[in-house]
Each structure stands twice: as structure tokens, then as C-alpha cells.
Design a protein around this ligand. Structure first.
Ligand code: ATP
Ligand code: MG
Ligand code: MG
Ligand code: MG
Length: 480
């Protein structure tokens, strides 16, 4: 089944159950001070759950563009290293605003997966909330358990804790238990190695959560206690790319038709072959993911910039450039060339990609060009620093200078140094960073100043460097 049909089938299924199909809301939020980007399908409907305003219909379905790169949901570091977390992804959802509840939500999810998409029941697992004594005597979600046990053998219903199986909008407000649906797409060989359903909690790359059904049943009051909501709601979210992986019988989201054309284009442009070199594969996945995030965001009107949401987008793009530069040996702009394939592939479902194609290409090319120039200059300077150093540890001050004056990313400095058998004085670097930060605070610069923002970024980049290092050495992505 092609991805377009998978999406359409979801929407049609819920339309037949009297849901109104609505288009995705823009991914960049303009009127929610607590959220920079939509990170879940429910975000655009938040006000309805809070009782402010009335939705067009009390049953809605859609495919929402989500971005998980900051705040509570930040998957950036996973992207490229695993095969099922993206920065931008589509969340398929169905909602009930004070209308149907658990019984229908579970029955319909099961019907869609097993009877319409015809997923083999034997590869599905579900979780239910186990309860929590220390939170207002929250009971186990026996209602969900009793519904599930009519559908699935009990040994495939797992109990989950508050972290995974209890959803809260915030410190106050609507909340409730949830049931997740997981899929086990391990090969027979993989199963033989580690049998059993306990794998759900073990982070196996081929046992993956696909759908989360939230039963919004309580209201958390300011004093922390819970009261039953008079109107109960349903909020569900299914990862579209993960669903495509299952239905297209592959073991990675990147092997679905959502990503394949982009990956093919990257391989052609960089003269590499996906699937033959792990580090190049990671870089290829990172770039194929990030170009989507950046393109969709530009199409939504959010250009890369030095502040706020624009700065997040700029950093995502720079991360992609860096992976291309370091691992695919690509020293000239090329990411903009992927936009044509993307808009061809996704333009039907998201027309803004087609209508804004030229702008997206121009902006990405411009960004790539200027960042590559920075990288080129930085490399020359770094060579000079290494040549003039009489120890194997490069001083934090020098690295800071390179960063501060030339905008050369710290993680890249660290990577290059380690490749050449050098280390950097991390402590010294952080001290200089802190001093600069203090100075900038004292001077109370506005956030529109380039360097003020870049300083905050340096700290994050530095954390990023640690894990980039770890990834390069340990390769978190397990080949199985
Ligand atoms: P995970 O545990 O895999 O990180 P999650 O519990 O954080 O997922 P939810 O917030 O429950 O995810 O979102 C609903 C669904 O969205 C998930 O079941 C999954 O299919 C999908 N999803 C979540 N995060 C991502 C991501 N970064 N990329 C792609 N799909 C995602
Ligand atoms: Mg997550
Ligand atoms: Mg989860
Ligand atoms: Mg979940």
C-alpha cells in the first residue's frame, strides 16, 4: 500500500465513523506562548479540551505535521541513529470532544489496524495504565484492560507506568490514562535471539510504538488532586511513517516510500550507496529527515533566522549540512536540490510544498552557502591552531575564539580534533563561554543580537558534541 493510500484510508475510515476531516494546522505556532512548534496532534485543539471554544464537530480526524526538536519532546539526538524517530513527522489522529470514549476508541483502532490495514494480530501488543498509589490513589485502568482482553490475548496486554501511560496537558488541566499499541516487526531470527513480549520496554529497534490512545478523563486541580471531567474526551495519535513501515513490510521508516525517493537522490548527488556504510547511512538519514523539517517550516512561513523558532530551523539545517560535510564529503550546497523530490512526493497532501517550492529552494541554498563558507574558514583556522599547539590538548580559549568569532561549531571542532588524535580543553572552553555569557548579560543585549543567541547555542552544541562523539564511536544505531 502506498503512503498516500495509507493516509487516505485512515481519514476515510474515521470519516465513515462520522468524523470531520480537517487539514493539518500550521506546524509553527503563532498564538501559543508555551509552544514553539506543534509537537502532537492534539496541540491545535488544546483550547477545546480546556473548554474554551467549540470545535466544528465533536468528532474530528486529521494528519497533523509535528516537530519534536525542543522542550518536552526533543527527539533530535535520536534522528538518524535510530530508524523511527524524526524531527518532522505526521501524526494521524481521531478526536472525540465530549462524545464517544474508551470503548469506541479502542474498538475502532483495532478494527482499522487488523481488518482494514490487515496487520497480523500476532505482531501487536498493547499497554494499559497500571495505576499509581502516590498520585491521588490513581487506579489501574481496568476499563481499558477489560476492553482489550476481548480483542487480544492477555499475555500481550502489558501494564505501563505513569511516565508512559498517563497523559497530562500540563501541571493543571485535562489528563488521563492512555493505551499504546506497539508492533513487533522483528524477523524470525531476531525473535529467536531474545524471545518474549518484554521487549517492548527494551528499546529494540524493531519493536516500536505506533499508536497512542489517550482517555482524557480527569481534570488536575491547582492543589494537585484529580476530579472526573463531566465531558470526557479522546485524543489519539499514530505515527504515519511508522505505520507505513509496518504496512510496507520494511524494518525502517527510511525504507518506506515516504523517504526512499529522497534517500535515492542523496545517494546520487553524493555518489554513495545507502546501506553500505554505517556512518554514511546515518548522515543520509539525518539529511533526508532534516530537509523535510526545514522545507515544511519554510512553507509554513517560518524562515531560518537568529531568534526563536527561526533559530531552531537554522540549527536543524546546519546539522544536516554538517553531516553532509563530515560524512558524505559534500563541500558544496546540495540539500536544496532535494526539495524537488520532496514536493513531488508530498505536494498532493501538503500543497504548500508545491506552491512555495522556489522559495524553499532559494532559502535553503542561501543558508547552505553561507554556513559552508563558515566551515571552510574555520577549518583553515583550526589547522593553524593545531600546527601551533605544542600539546595534544587544544586550549579552551582557542576553541572558544573559533566558535565565538567565526561561528565554527564546537561539536565539529571536537570531532576533527579527535580524528587527528587531539582533544580539547572542555573545562577551559566552558569557562570562556560562561564569562562571555556573563558579559553579555551585563550588557543586557537583546536577543536579536547574533552572538547572544549563539552563546546559548554553544552550550547545547557542546552537549550535542558529547553525544555525537559517543555516536561516532559506539554507534547507537544497532544493526540487527
Ligand atoms: P516514542 O516512545 O516512540 O518516543 P512517544 O510515546 O513519545 O513515542 P506519543 O507522544 O505517544 O509518542 O505520540 C504518538 C505517536 O506518534 C507515537 O505512538 C509514534 O507512533 C509517533 N511518534 C512520536 N514521536 C515520533 C517521532 N519523533 N518521529 C516519528 N513518529 C513519532
Ligand atoms: Mg517520544
Ligand atoms: Mg512512548
Ligand atoms: Mg506514546
Amino acid at each position: 500500500m502506498k503512503s498516500q493510500d495509507i493516509r487516505a484510508t485512515f481519514l476515510n475510515f474515521f470519516q465513515e465513523k462520522a468524523h470531520l476531516i480537517v487539514p493539518s494546522a500550521p506546524m509553527v505556532t503563532k498564538d501559543d506562548p508555551t509552544l514553539m512548534f506543534v509537537n502532537a496532534g492534539m496541540a491545535p485543539f488544546k483550547e477545546y479540551f480546556l473548554g474554551n471554544g467549540t470545535p466544528k464537530s465533536n468528532r474530528i480526524t486529521d494528519s497533523q505535521k509535528c516537530l519534536r526538536v525542543s522542550g518536552k519532546h526533543n527527539d533530535l539526538e535520536e534522528v538518524g541513529y535510530d530508524t523511527y524517530h524524526h524531527t518532522l513527522f505526521e501524526m494521524l489522529g481521531n478526536w472525540s470532544f465530549g462524545d464517544y470514549f474508551r470503548e469506541e476508541a479502542i474498538a475502532w483502532a483495532w478494527e482499522l489496524l487488523t481488518e482494514v490495514y490487515k496487520i497480523d494480530k500476532d505482531i501487536l501488543y498493547v499497554t494499559v495504565f497500571e495505576g499509581s498509589d502516590d498520585d491521588d490513589n490513581l487506579k489501574m485502568d481496568t476499563d481499558a484492560y477489560d476492553i482489550w482482553k476481548k480483542l487480544i490475548p492477555e499475555d500481550r496486554i502489558l501494564k505501563g507506568n505513569k511516565k508512559d501511560n498517563f497523559w497530562e496537558m500540563g501541571e493543571q488541566g485535562p489528563c488521563g490514562p492512555c493505551s499504546e499499541i506497539h508492533v513487533d516487526i522483528r524477523s524470525a531470527e531476531e525473535k529467536a535471539k531474545v524471545p518474549g513480549s518484554s521487549l517492548i520496554n527494551e528499546d529494540h529497534p524493531h519493536v516500536v510504538e505506533i499508536w497512542n490512545l489517550v482517555f482524557m478523563q480527569f481534570n488536575r486541580k491547582a492543589n494537585g488532586t484529580l476530579e472526573e471531567l463531566p465531558n470526557k474526551h479522546i485524543d489519539t495519535g499514530m505515527g504515519f511513517e511508522r505505520l507505513c513501515m509496518v504496512l510496507q513490510n520494511v524494518q525502517s521508516n527510511y525504507d518506506t516510500d515516504v523517504f526512499k525517493p529522497i534517500i535515492r537522490e542523496i545517494s546520487t548527488i553524493t555518489n554513495t550507496k545507502y546501506g553500505t556504510n554505517e556512518q554514511q547511512d546515518i548522515a543520509t538519514r539525518v539529511i533526508s529527515d532534516h530537509v523535510r523539517a526545514v522545507a515544511f517550516s519554510i512553507a509554513d512561513g517560518q524562515l531560518p533566522s537568529n531568534t526563536g523558532a527561526g533559530y531552531v530551523i537554522r540549527r536543524i539545517l546546519r546539522r544536516a549540512v554538517r553531516y553532509g560535510f563530515t560524512f558524505l564529503d559534500k563541500k558544496e550546497p546540495f540539500i536544496y536540490r532535494l526539495v524537488a523530490v520532496l514536493s513531488e512526493k508530498m505536494g498532493e497532501a501538503f500543497p504548500e510544498l508545491k506552491s512555495q517550492k522556489q522559495l524553499i529552494e532559494n532559502v535553503i541554498k542561501e543558508e547552505e552557502t553561507s554556513f559552508l563558507r563558515t566551515l571552510d574558514q574555520g577549518l583553515v583556522l583550526l589547522d593553524g591552531i593545531i600546527a601551533s599547539s605544542n600539546t595534544k590538548e587544544i586550549s579552551g580559549e582557542k576553541v572558544f575564539e573559533l566558535y565565538d568569532t567565526f561561528g565554527f561549531p564546537v561539536d565539529l571542532t571536537a570531532l576533527i580534533l579527535s580524528e587527528k588524535g587531539y582533544t580539547l580543553d572542555e573545562k577551559g572552553f566552558k569557562e570562556h563561554l560562561q564569562k562571555q555569557k556573563n558579559r553579555s548579560r551585563a550588557a543586557s543585549e537583546t536577543s536579536t543580537e547574533d552572538w547572544t543567541v549563539l552563546l546559548d547555542d554553544a552550550i547545547e552544541e557542546f552537549i550535542g558534541y558529547d553525544s555525537l562523539q559517543a555516536n561516532v564511536k559506539l554507534t547507537r544505531y544497532r544493526k540487527v
